[in-house]
Design a binder for this molecule. Structure first.
Ligand code: FPP
Length: 246
């Protein structure tokens, strides 16, 4: 991976100053992508994983600070055992094959969600990835696994309540954000969802308060670097006022 210069960004129709600092993606449509081709759903998940590499690489090269990907929700446990096992194998495979390159490129991996319910092999791969990249200072790559936003918010509230008991006083509004998985990372600027669905589905509800939303009918395995660049250009065109005046 090589950082893109301002000139290179310009040639893609992008400018450093109008890039989002934090992008989140709901990688939706793997199953439909496969079905459309008469293939089993697992092929869609594999193709989706391939696509991931390109998007992560471009985010890092463009100097985006944080990229948060929704890979497995708290509701995804309801999927058939066979599909979950494909997803878990892909996760292990992904982390084993990519971790060295990500580490070399200074990417820091954080898992958003509780890792305990995952099979031991998955848990070990996730912990290894977090540990190995802990001190990296480049792109923050957050992978939401067994993640649900309401559960995240309740966990933060519970921790604040515990702090309050300990302190015998209200721990302050900042204590809440510091208990979210996204603590210390830039505000979410852009939320992308592929596959034509236009909802947040319990993803980063607190963080998305002022995020720009970008929906595209394209299925995740077809969401190329060029599609991503198009979303970033659209973001740059939006007038963000944060409740104030332009
Ligand atoms: C949504 O498509 C996608 C998922 C539930 C899984 C996303 C996972 C990956 C892209 C691969 C694994 C991730 C990593 C980090 C290696 P869907 O199955 O809901 O599609 P559908 O709505 O068309 O059925």
């Amino acid at each position: 991976m090589a950082k893109l210069t301002a000139e290179q960004l310009n040639s893609l129709g992008l400018q450093q100053e109008t890039l989002p600092r934090h992008v989140a993606i709901v990688m939706d449509g793997n199953g439909r992508w496969a079905q459309k081709r008469g293939l089993p759903r697992s092929f869609g998940h594999r193709a989706g994983t391939e696509r991931l590499r390109e998007i992560i690489r471009f985010s890092s090269d463009a100097g985006i600070r944080s990229l948060t990907l929704y890979a497995f929700s708290t509701e995804n446990w309801r999927r058939p055992e066979e599909e979950k096992s494909v997803l878990f194998s892909l996760l292990i495979e992904y982390f084993n094959s990519e971790i060295d390159e990500l580490h070399e490129n200074n990417v820091r991996i954080t898992i958003f969600g509780e890792k305990d319910p995952f099979p031991e092999k998955v848990r070990a791969a996730l912990l290894r990835a977090e540990d190995k990249t802990r001190n990296n200072t480049g792109l923050r790559l957050n992978i939401a696994l067994n993640y649900g936003s309401r559960a995240e918010i309740l966990r933060a509230v519970r921790r604040c309540a515990e702090k309050a008991v300990e302190l015998g006083a209200y721990p302050g509004d900042e204590a809440f954000e510091s208990e979210l998985y996204s603590a210390g990372q830039p505000e979410l600027d852009l939320m992308i969802r592929t596959s034509g669905e236009e909802r947040l589905s319990n993803f980063l509800l607190w963080q998305a308060a002022y995020a720009e939303l970008y929906f595209t009918p394209i299925y995740w395995p077809d969401f190329t670097r060029d599609e991503y660049i198009q979303a970033l250009r659209e973001f740059a065109r939006r007038g963000r006022r944060f409740g104030g005046l332009a």
